[in-house]
Design a protein around this ligand. Structure first.
Ligand code: ZN
Length: 344
């Protein structure tokens, strides 16, 4: 029998102390039950849509620098746009804390780079977060610990999980273990691979879980979030391991958007063989000016090498993506529709 654990997390749950405590308890129970271990399936969180059935959220990546490199400016514009769009939550694409993740559950960097930076009222919502390679360079389990949720209840960081928001399911995938170079000794960094007994079995089981969850998803929109890019024309470029192992699964299962960080820019690249749009939001603080290779390619719809973030607004039939710069100015938008005619 497959055990399904569903945790409901509503926007209203973040308004008062007692409901915050309820959330801690729920998440604490989840942690104690080790829900993934029992069935092998991805942990699933539920997030309701607005009363009119729509949903909106912001996506930010590569940010935690104690406010430096314009992190505070981006945060302040996120607060303003978040208010304007009445967002339901925030998604972080990883590399949450520089340079080397957190040193432990009580590392002051958590509050200095997160709680004290994203202070706007509109950002007091759940932050659904994946891990990046820089996070794996520190105490990776600290970021997954319920202790952080006691310090700031917005923080929801798991390795791989699903947020079911009725009209959309968002599949968060732990992409760092895909990258072979991190397991070799080429780099001057150490990675915290606790929790990943063998890379091969971890990836095999993760890909199987993502594939079966996507296959079973009845949601109108399917979005996959990971730290590393499938496609990118910035510094790191494409991630060959994701092209080989993850992309075929995304294509087969009609994924609408794959959203990542890792490259410190904003970009949109259209898949040449499917409906997938590859969206990069990795510009939460330090950006890489001029680090571009392939800007003239036809599949590249947008590229910005400064700081910023993006928003996603969804209804049953329409999606609107917008990219914002460090001043909160809209630089690029993209609309997609779900009418069957659009597939002809
Ligand atoms: Zn990274």
């Amino acid at each position: 029998m497959v055990m399904e654990v569903v945790v409901k997390i509503g926007t209203m749950a973040f308004c008062g102390f007692s409901s915050k405590m309820a959330l801690f308890l729920i998440l604490g129970v989840m942690a104690m039950m080790n829900v993934k271990g029992a069935s092998g399936e991805l942990e699933r969180l539920e997030h309701p849509t607005k009363a009119d059935g729509s949903l909106g959220f912001l996506v930010l990546g590569d940010w935690g620098r104690r406010g430096d490199y314009n992190q505070s400016e981006v945060a302040s514009q996120m607060g303003r746009i978040g208010e304007e769009l009445d967002i339901d939550f925030v998604v972080s694409t990883g590399d949450n804390f520089y340079d080397d993740g957190l040193t432990g559950e009580h590392d002051p960097n958590f509050e200095e780079s997160f709680s004290k930076i994203y202070t706007a009222k509109s950002l007091q919502k759940p932050w659904y977060t994946v891990l990046g390679n820089h996070d794996y360079r520190g105490d990776v389990e600290a970021q997954l610990s319920p202790v952080l949720r006691k310090i700031d209840s917005r923080w929801i960081c798991l390795r791989s999980f699903i947020v079911n928001a009725e009209l959309v399911e968002i599949f968060f995938v732990d992409t760092t273990p895909f990258v072979g170079a991190y397991f070799a000794n080429f780099e001057d960094h150490t990675y915290d691979w606790r929790g990943i007994k063998t890379r091969r079995s971890y990836l095999r089981s993760l890909l199987k879980d993502v594939d079966s969850a996507l296959r079973a998803s009845p949601a109108k929109w399917k979005i996959v979030v990971g730290h590393h890019a499938v496609r990118s024309i910035s510094h790191h470029g494409d991630t060959p391991e994701l092209i080989k192992f993850l992309l075929p699964i995304l294509r087969t299962n009609d994924v609408d958007f794959y959203i990542n960080g890792h490259d410190h820019c904003l970009q949109q690249i259209t898949d040449t063989e499917s409906r997938i749009q590859f969206l990069t939001s990795g510009a939460g603080s330090k950006a890489w000016r001029g680090d571009i290779n392939g800007i003239d390619r036809q599949d590249v719809k947008f590229f910005h090498d400064g700081q910023g973030f993006l928003s996603v607004e969804l209804t049953e039939t329409d999606a609107r993506i917008a990219f914002y710069d460090v001043f909160g100015k809209v630089m690029h938008t993209w609309n997609a529709a779900k009418q069957p005619i659009s597939d002809i």
